[in-house]
Design a protein around this ligand. Sequence first.
Ligand SMILES: [Zn+2]
Length: 195
Amino acid sequence: MQDLTEGVARFQRDVFPAKAELFAHLATHHTPHTLFISCSDARVVPELITGTEPGDLFVIRTAGNLVPAYTPEADGVAASIEYAVAALGVKDIVVCGHSACGAMTALAQGHDLSGAPAVAAWLRHADASQAHTTAAGDVPALVRQNVLAQLANLATHPSVAKALAERKVALHGWVYDIPTGRVEDLAAAGPALAV
Ligand SMILES: [Zn+2]
C-alpha cells in the first residue's frame, strides 16, 4: 500500500501540474471517443498501449475480456456498455485480448476450476470462443477466437446494435502481445469481424 500512497504523492507533485489544463477541462467534460474492453490482467494497460490521455478511453475490464451477450437482467458490464454507447456516444469500441491470458489458458488447457466457482461460471461466456477453436490447448488461437466471439456478443446489446445500424460506431478486435508490445488488429486478419 505504501507504493500506492507514494505513487499518489508523485502524481500530485509531478504529473498533475503538467496536465493541469487538461484536468480542469475534464472536470466538466466527459467525452471519451472509444469504449475499450480489455482483460483485468494487470499487464494490460489500455492508456499506456494506446498512448491516450485521461478522458480518451471509457474502459471496461473483465476477466478474459468477456462481454456477456445481452439479457434483460442488466449487469454492470451491460450498463457500462449502454452508457458509453447511448449516453456518451463513443465512436469506436475495441475488444482487446492479450497473450498469456489466464482465463483463456484455463479454458484451453481444461484447468480444474472447482475451487473457483465464480470464475468457472463467468468463463461460460467464452463457450462460443471455445467452440470456434479447433486445436485444443492452443491458447493464442483461443485468445483470437475469444475476441471475435465477444465482438459478436457486444453486437447483441441493443445500444450497440442501434449504433451499428446507424453507422455511428465501429467495432475492432485487437490482441496485445505482452513480450513485444505489439498489437494485432484482427480485422486485418480476415473478414470474420463482420458482425
Ligand atoms: Zn487475460
